[in-house]
Design a protein around this ligand. Structure first.
Ligand SMILES: [Zn+2]
Length: 207
């Protein structure tokens, strides 16, 4: 893993203008070449951040998949069809790369309840499904795409019995806040650079 990823991270850390899309794209591309930490329901999982253990990640994902398979078969099949790998990374948010990769924030996953994990998997798989239809994540489509992903996320939680209709409505409302705006993304980039510097630079310098 180190050989594949270290030169890219060094390059990224030298470049103060690095954008988060590029960072997560490179990390995720590198994860294709890394031996998976575990396989969950046939999906390779790579854990890049030790704030959460491999066994904890495996257990949480397995429980989420079991729940979906039991109560929401349609969305479970969508996840199985579109998610090709999961990367548990040091970022502070969850994302997908449009090529079958889902990035889950290590600390968010560590603290996640079952509903959080199920909802995130459905949300990111919906992004991948939309990307596989050839629809790109352009700024003028972001709001529509995010709302669609949030709707699928909440409907799945209701379908799985993890929230009731009233909680689902409140959740949908709170998740429809605009994190996809340019300002929100600039904040994300700043936070990501701070985290990469704090987490990855000491890790590199030890090797
Ligand atoms: Zn989204």
């Amino acid at each position: 893993m180190a050989k594949a990823i270290r030169p890219m991270i060094r390059q990224l850390c030298r470049n103060g203008t690095t954008v988060s899309m590029r960072i997560r794209g490179l990390l995720n591309a590198a994860s294709v070449r890394i031996a998976p930490s575990s396989m969950v329901n046939g999906i390779p999982v790579v854990v890049l951040d030790s704030v959460v253990s491999v066994s904890e990640v495996t257990q949480k994902l397995a429980t989420a998949f079991e729940t979906l398979a039991a109560f929401d078969q349609r969305r479970y099949r969508i996840i199985r069809a579109h998610v090709k790998r999961v990367l548990v990374w040091p970022g502070h948010y969850d994302a997908s790369d449009g090529l079958g990769g889902v990035l889950l924030s290590a600390e968010r996953l560590r603290d996640a309840m079952l509903a959080d994990t199920v909802g995130t998997l459905v949300h990111e798989a919906t992004h991948l499904r939309i990307a596989n239809f050839g629809v790109s994540y352009r700024s003028n489509r972001r709001e529509r795409i995010e709302r669609l992903c949030v709707d699928e996320q909440v409907l799945s939680l209701i379908q799985c019995g993890l929230v009731d209709l009233a909680v689902g409505d409140r959740l949908r409302e709170s998740l429809h806040k605009s994190w996809w705006t340019a300002e929100a993304q600039a904040d994300d980039r700043a936070e990501l650079r701070r985290r990469l510097a704090a987490i990855l630079l000491p890790w590199i310098s030890k090797r």
